[in-house]
Each structure stands twice: as C-alpha cells, then as structure tokens.
Design a binder for this molecule. Structure first.
Ligand code: ZN
Length: 267
C-alpha cells in the first residue's frame, strides 16, 4: 500500500499513477467516481472487496460500512468537497505528533473563509480516543446525509442554512492508526485539556499540551462556537461540562447550563 501514498500531503494527492491503474481495470466504472480519487489508493482486489459494492449504492452507505484509514479519510474528505463544495469546505486545523493532518469539514450555505455572519458555529469531534471508532462513522455519515438531503429535507436545510456545522472525524489520527486510546506520545487527549479546578483553570495556556489538544484549543478560540459534541465509545452515557469537582471526588456537579444540557442529551 505504501507506494500509493508517496507524495501524499494534506493538500494534494498524486492520483496520476492511480489513474493509469484504473484505466487498466475493465471492471471500474469511472462514471461512479469522476475524479478517480476514491479508488486511487486501493488495489483492484481491495476495491472489489471493500469499496465498490458500497460506493455503487451511495456515499452515505460507503462511509457507514467502511473503516477508512487516515489516508483514505483524507481522500474521502477531498472527494466530499468535490461533491458538496457548494455547502462545505475542508480545513486543516493542525497535525498530530506523527505529522498526520487533523482536518475538519465546515458545512454551511455561507461557508467562506473568515466569514463570521452571526450564525452559530457548532462542532462535532470524533476520535479523541483512537480505539473508539463509532464517532468517525457517525460524523462522516451525518456529513453525507446533509449533502444528500440538503435540497429535500427541512432538517438538513435548517442545519446548513442556520448554522456553521463543523465535523472533525478524527482528532487523534495516530491513535487510530496505532489502534490505541492514546496519542503517539502515550497521552490520553481527553485528560489533556484545561480543567476548571486545576492549574489556572479553563483559561490556562497551550504550553505543555499535546499537539492534538493544542489544535482543538486554537480552533475553538478561532471561531464563535456555541456548542460542541465529542464522540466516545464503549458505553451509553452523556457527560457534559464542566463535569469535574473541586475535591476530585465523584458526585453530580451541576453546571450553570444544567437544564440545557439535559435537554440536548435527551433530544
Ligand atoms: Zn473515549
């Protein structure tokens, strides 16, 4: 597989070699993949086994039935922009310890760089723990559902027309690749953010934090986010900020927005 990734960066994918391969493949139907991107890194056998059947149904089924690796995810996100660029853009917000891009989709009908038009920004963050993979599928599936139904479904149209929805399918690409909860430095990123009761509270600095954590903190400060959801895996639970306690013991710590969070969790 490695040789197909030569020259792969967050900004470009060399697909010329892949196109030669695809042209040789009589079974491949280019009409289903006009840019030739989605299949560019897969062998004929892999395409047949892993991708083509699903893709021939729909992109939504593709992302909800496949576990894309980091390179495949990047290519898929670029493909998403090709298909749904009228309501989305792809932003590289940072990179991991091992240099993998951390990329977010911004979805809105007023998606332009630097635009702050008063509509609320909302973010969905998946993959903070590399071995909890459901959020990756759910968040990519949501992006596809929005793209597919924007014109026909009032709920999809509401999201696109009234918010800036950010979808970050993988905050910890090294952890996903290494199949571990932690990042490549062995740190639990979910414990790496500022705590209201420790250090200098939630306004403490970026210094000393992991690159993935810094990426999220800078991104959070750059846009006027009004709410945020982080996906985990392993149990059915909703936890909401600020869920620590001053003495470090475990008990119900009501936040100022308690009623709103309960409403959101139930809806
Ligand atoms: Zn988790």
């Amino acid at each position: 597989m490695e040789r197909y990734f030569d020259g792969l960066t967050s900004d470009s994918v060399d697909i010329s070699y892949a196109n030669v391969r695809l042209a040789e493949d009589a079974e491949y139907d280019p009409a289903l993949d006009p840019k030739g991107r989605l299949f560019s890194f897969l062998s004929r056998k892999e395409r047949g086994e892993r991708v083509s059947g699903a893709w021939r149904t729909s992109p939504l089924e593709f992302v909800t039935t496949q576990q894309l690796n980091s390179e495949e995810l990047h290519v898929h996100l670029m493909d998403y922009i090709d298909r749904c660029g009228n309501i989305s853009r792809l932003v590289k917000i940072g990179k991991s310890v091992q240099g993998r891009p951390i990329e977010a989709l911004e979805i809105s009908n007023t998606v332009k760089k630097g635009v702050q038009d008063g509509k609320p920004h909302v973010k969905l963050v998946a993959g903070i723990h590399g071995d909890e993979t459901a959020g990756r599928i759910v968040s990519l599936g949501m992006a596809e559902w929005i793209c597919e139904n924007y014109k026909s479904d009032p709920r999809a149209r509401d999201i696109v027309d009234k918010t800036h929805l950010w979808i970050l399918p993988d905050m910890n690409p090294d952890g996903y690749t290494l199949r571990t909860r932690y990042n490549a430095n062995g740190r639990d990123l979910n414990r790496d953010f500022p705590d209201q009761f420790k250090d200098n509270g939630i306004n403490s600095k970026l210094d000393g934090r992991q690159p993935e954590t810094q990426t999220i903190m800078k991104w959070t400060m750059e846009y006027p986010f009004v709410s945020s959801l982080a996906f985990h895996g392993g149990d059915l639970v909703v936890s909401y900020p600020l869920d620590g306690t001053p003495d470090g013991r475990s008990y119900y710590m009501r936040s100022a927005d308690d009623a709103s969070f309960i409403h959101l969790a139930r809806e």
